[in-house]
Design a protein around this ligand. Structure first.
Ligand code: FAD
Length: 439
């Protein structure tokens, strides 16, 4: 589809100091694509803001011209809602200031999870990283955010202490629990559809030692491995997190893995994971003492853009029937089927749009669509698996599929409260998140 320059965009280059790419510019094709290449995206322009003041200038310009602005640092969570908007890239908002004594960090909105982990690791501290080091902390935390360490410290969003934002009319503001309790509540898991965040102040957590890695077996051992996974998770302290991964790479034998992290000493981790020693010898075992900046190596997810189709669910239990359904047939054409152990701090009271996460396990089904037919087959297999498992019907906001809306992630009272805020703070719908508050 050819996108013609919007008549009002000719003056965009005068309005902001950052890089502006318009349709027809040599860099536009590359610049406008999201990380998830399975999502086509027709945007009006791409602006790489120079700094926070430049973000404010962009939002003022957009508000004055009746244009939506979509912050999309990476496009890991692209849903297609950036269509028709000016796309804001935040990679130049990359400052990180760590206060090791106060255990806090102030980060620019473009900071990626792996960059923050590298900055805090020398201080024996950690933020709350998920599986990928290349998603932004801001994008994940605004959606609640599931971290390796969420069982110990809760939602990523629970660690937000304050934010610098640009309101929908272009006014920069500081938001905290005392300065604007309602917006502060919304920022802790309500998504990115209300304001543009330019920086976050985050609580950091102690991580004096970390042990973790992947144990990998052929799928012929799947039942034994899954039973041990369940037994270990049932006894696990909050510092221990296990994910079960069914893996299927075309042309290779199907595999099963237990990925683990333990915030503590190796000896204690090995004791807690002792049951895995009774399993057949693994094909490989990467478990080792790790730095908190090495977590991305555990699942080794691709860092470069590529197409992906995912479906996420939350499981109410992992009983024998559920395990049998999960393992009954090979997962192909899916590439991975992941079960994350949740619970512990996730289930504690949380004054956030989501509230406590009661389900003890999360399910993430991922495939790489090489064609439209392949995408359909992946979707069919995802539905088949989800239908056969005890799903609660909810999906964490950061993992919503493009076809899902906010009500799939948040309680109805939170959706209504966010709608009132959207109406009040962004009546002209200038800010466009990947998950729309109004639907
Ligand atoms: C390989 C992979 C691994 C993942 N692992 C995890 C995981 O372990 N845990 C987890 O919870 N999620 C995970 N996710 C989901 C991921 O956290 C979400 O897709 C998240 O939105 C990514 O943030 P991003 O900023 O990098 O993505 P983007 O797609 O660039 O942004 C997503 C949305 O965040 C909002 N946003 C971002 N920046 C701003 C800003 N400055 N102001 C206002 N709104 C903003 C916008 O609504 C935007 O559309 C994973 C996704 C992938 C593809």
């Amino acid at each position: 589809m050819t996108i013609l320059p919007h008549p009002d965009l000719s003056s965009l280059r005068d309005a902001v100091r950052g890089d502006v790419q318009l349709p027809g510019d040599p860099g536009f094709d590359q610049a406008h694509r999201p990380w998830n290449l399975a999502i086509p995206q027709s945007v009006l322009a791409v602006v790489e803001a120079a700094d926070a003041a430049d973000v404010a200038a962009l939002v003022r310009f957009a508000a004055a011209h009746g244009l939506p602005v979509a912050a999309q640092p990476s496009g890991h969570g692209a849903t297609g809602r950036a269509d028709g908007a000016v796309l804001l890239r935040t990679s130049r908002l990359d400052g990180i200031e760590v206060d090791p004594l106060a255990r806090t960090a102030r980060i620019g909105a473009g900071v990626r999870s792996g960059d923050l982990q590298r900055a805090v690791a020398p201080h024996g501290l950690t933020a709350l990283p998920g599986s990928s080091p290349v998603v932004t902390v801001t994008g994940a935390a605004l959606g609640g955010g599931l971290s390796w360490f969420g069982r110990a410290f809760g939602w990523m969003a629970d660690s937000i202490l304050s934010a610098e934002i640009v309101a929908a009319d272009g006014t920069p503001r500081h938001v905290s629990a005392t300065s604007d309790p309602e917006l502060f509540w919304a920022l802790r898991g309500g998504g990115g559809d209300l304001v543009i965040v330019t920086s976050l102040e985050l609580r950091l957590h102690p991580a004096p030692a970390l042990f973790g890695g992947r144990q990998l077996w052929p799928a012929t051992a799947a039942r034994q491995v899954a039973l041990v996974f369940r037994a270990v998770t049932e006894q696990a302290p909050p510092e221990l997190t296990l994910w079960l991964e069914l893996l299927s790479f075309p042309g290779n034998q199907p595999l099963i893995a237990i990925d683990s992290t333990f915030l503590g000493e190796e000896s204690a981790a090995r004791r807690l994971l002792e049951a895995t020693d009774s399993l057949p010898a693994p094909l490989s075992d990467t478990r080792a003492v790790l730095g908190v900046d090495e977590l991305g190596s555990i699942t080794a997810e691709p860092v470069d853009p590529g197409p992906g189709t995912s479906r996420a669910e939350l499981l109410t239990r992992l009983d024998d029937e559920a395990l049998a359904a999960l393992l009954e047939t090979p997962i192909a054409p899916l590439m991975t089927a992941q079960i994350r152990h949740l619970g512990a701090a996730f289930a504690q009271p949380s004054d956030s749009p989501h509230g406590p996460l009661d389900e003890p396990y999360g399910l993430y089904l991922f495939g790489v669509p090489s064609s439209e037919e392949a995408a359909e087959e992946i979707g069919h297999r995802q539905a088949e698996l989800a239908d056969s498992l005890p799903v609660s019907g909810r999906t964490p906001l950061t993992l919503l599929a493009p076809s899902q809306d906010l009500s799939a992630a948040l309680p109805d009272a939170s959706v209504q409260r966010l709608r009132r805020l959207k109406h009040e703070r962004d009546p002209r719908r200038t800010v466009r998140g990947n998950v729309g508050i109004m639907g």
